[in-house]
Design a protein around this ligand. Structure first.
Ligand code: S1T
Ligand code: MG
Length: 543
């Protein structure tokens, strides 16, 4: 066995199911073995940001490592933003980069694709990954791979492996998985006692679930725990879609002043807020009506549990959930809080389309045809998604990068085989929408809804006076055929409804619905979000 095969078998053994990539001369020997060995299927795309986003989405939908293989320099650095997004949102992404061979780096010449020094890329990726290794020695490579892949799974964060181009063919031993670290049972017991005691003492405890619940495959167990604890469950903006389809008292999405007042009140007035795998970031908490009192909050994240001023280190989320389940009785008590209602029953008339109409049409479609996983880009399409009934959703809800939606939809279909719905703004489509041209050769057929408001509308909401937010209205519908898909422009609610029904009935080719929205028309959620942020940033009146 050679080093490349040893690495590929290890990736598969750690749960990876495919590789997304774009080769280059520093990576050709490695890609040749990916292709010839058939250990993992390879999907090449057109631009490295798309490779990173697709691998990220595959990791999210699978709750398993996503793999992105690129060449050195121009390839890897082109993908940096996608890896940073994965790091921020705790996605287990494995970056495999080709690199100059050992001999080349002593040639004395500056190499093509080299930035500052030959080590620059390694150092750059150390800033957006939790572990790294350069596989330039076959004797130590198996242990390095085992350590790095174990870090990826344990931390649920990206990792970086650099493969000099003279190494893939070198004979190499197999990778032996690292044994998982054991949790101190006494510390775990004390921690869970502390959690239960605080929840029992609280007048209005609330469970808020975050992305780590999905990353560590705990949705089913957490749904059971919520029923046994009898707690109302909410998610944050970033966690939208969590526990979808699970039997749990999920009452809605907490968005502070931008969200449903009853959910905001419940969370912000709680004296026992239990944040399970939730990241305390601005998109989740910046528009709180009242600051969350962290002294009354329990947070389990990043392998530690913090209760007020107490912290228990080395306590993985899975152990917390399992020990809680072992401690609470088996009786299931449902919380009495009603689920947030979403809009249904689109009036299919000649009226122009607003964002809520799109959400309503999707809710009607899924009620009739069953749920579809959603990949959403950043922009008002993601705020509109808050009005769609909870389904599996992948989106950059915290890091907030554009360009994610279309490649992420391809990653969902490659990884799960399910046909996704893609929500994307016109500005974001201009960035990575062209990856749709790769659907035909892989048999992918996403349904793509382009929120075409001829605008960087989110930016206009913050700074209406800037005319640079005006985009031309691109005719995306007519571009679909050139990429072996079908496209249609819709301007009325009746046209939207008909186009969605036609799209669902047409399989085997991607379906692009170019939705004409008026510039300045925004979802209610985005409007509230921007108003709340601006209100918060205004200096308080002098007293
Ligand atoms: N570049 C990238 C890669 N990601 C970003 N988030 C931005 C720039 C800044 C930015 C936004 S929202 C936005 C930009 C440029 C406009 C989005 O336009 P479009 O996709 O058409 O969606 P909509 O019209 O619904 O806003 C965030 C605030 O940083
Ligand atoms: Mg737009």
């Amino acid at each position: 066995m050679n080093l490349a095969e040893s690495l590929l078998y290890a990736l598969k053994d750690h749960g990876a199911r495919q590789i997304f990539g774009i080769p280059g001369d520093f990576a050709l020997p490695f890609f040749r073995i990916i292709e010839s060995s058939r250990i993992l299927p390879l999907y090449t795309l057109s631009h490295e940001p798309g490779v990173g986003f697709a691998a990220d989405a595959a990791a999210r939908i699978d709750s398993a490592p996503g793999v992105a293989a690129v060449t050195y320099g121009a390839g890897a650095l082109n993908m940096l933003n996608a890896v940073a997004a994965a790091y921020a949102e705790k996605v287990p992404l494995v970056v495999l980069s080709g690199a100059p061979g050992r001999g080349e780096s002593h040639s004395g010449l500056l190499l093509h694709h080299q930035a500052k020094t030959l080590d620059s890329q390694y150092r750059i990726f150390a800033e957006v990954t939790c572990d790294q290794a350069r596989l330039d020695d076959a004797a130590s490579a198996p242990a390095q791979i085992a350590r790095v892949l174990a870090s990826c799974l344990r931390r649920s964060e990206p990792v970086y492996l650099e493969i000099p181009r003279d190494m893939p063919d070198v004979a190499c031993g197999p990778v032996m998985r690292e044994e998982p670290a054991t949790t101190d049972p006494d510390a775990l017991g004390a921690c869970v006692d502390d959690i239960l005691e605080r929840l029992a003492r609280a007048r209005s405890p609330v469970l808020m679930v975050g992305v780590e619940v999905r990353r560590y495959r705990l949705e089913e167990r957490v749904a059971l725990l919520s029923r046994r604890l009898g707690l109302p469950v909410v998610c944050g903006f970033m966690g939208r879609g969590l526990l979808a389809g699970h039997d749990t008292p999920l009452i809605g999405t907490y968005m502070g002043l931008a969200g449903a007042p009853e959910v905001t009140r419940l969370v912000e007035e709680s004296d026992g807020l239990f944040l399970l795998g939730e990241i305390i970031c601005d998109t989740n908490f910046a528009v709180s009506r009242a600051r969350i009192d962290m002294r009354k909050t329990i947070q389990a994240l990043n392998g530690r549990v913090t209760l007020g001023y107490h912290t228990y280190d080395g306590i993985p989320l899975e152990d917390v959930v399992e020990r809680l389940l072992a401690r609470v009785g088996t009786t299931e008590r449902y919380s009495a809080f009603p689920h947030q209602q979403q809009p249904h029953g689109l009036i299919a008339d000649g009226a122009s389309i607003g964002p809520t109409d799109v959400a309503t049409a999707i809710n009607d479609l899924m009620a009739a045809r069953g749920p579809m996983p959603i990949a959403s880009d950043m922009g008002d399409c993601l705020f509109t998604a808050m009005e769609i009934e909870p389904v599996a959703l992948v989106a950059p809800g915290y890091y907030a990068t554009m360009g994610y939606g279309v490649p992420a939809g391809l990653g969902i279909q490659a990884a799960s085989g399910e046909r996704p719905l893609i929500l994307v703004g016109d500005g974001a489509f201009q960035m990575t929408g062209w990856e749709l041209g790769n659907c035909h050769r892989y048999g992918w057929d996403p349904i793509v809804l382009v929120f075409n408001n001829a605008s960087w509308e989110m930016l206009r909401a913050f700074q209406p006076e800037s005319s640079f937010n005006d985009l031309e209205r691109w005719d995306f519908a007519s571009m679909a055929a050139g990429m072996s898909g079908d496209g249609v422009r819709v301007s009325t609610r009746a046209e939207l409804k008909a186009a969605l029904e036609r799209a669902v009935a047409t399989c085997g080719r991607f379906q692009l619905i170019d939705i004409a929205l008026q510039r300045g028309v925004r979802s209610a959620t985005l409007s509230r979000f921007v108003d709340a942020l601006q209100q918060r940033s205004r200096p308080s009146p002098a007293t």
